[in-house]
Design a protein around this ligand. Structure first.
Ligand SMILES: [Cu+2]
Length: 68
């Protein structure tokens, strides 16, 4: 497993946090996703053989948030 921290822009409440967590958790190969509203980031551990940073970024963007 590898861990990546992605800065997420646009989250305003715990509902946003849940949404981001849900879309990340739904990606095959993602082991865990910790999302922080306060820090405005997502810490994701994933299997690099199954997914990668691009897919994680795309999922967050599709959910309506911005990733740096
Ligand atoms: Cu919200």
């Amino acid at each position: 497993m590898e861990t990546i921290t992605l800065p997420v822009k646009g989250m305003t409440c715990m509902g946003c946090v849940s949404s981001v967590k849900r879309v990340l958790g739904a990606i095959p190969g993602v082991g865990s996703a910790e999302v922080s509203l306060e820090k405005a980031h997502a810490e994701v551990s994933y299997d690099p053989g199954k997914t990668g940073a691009d897919a994680l970024r795309a999922a967050i963007t599709d959910a309506g948030y911005d990733v740096d």
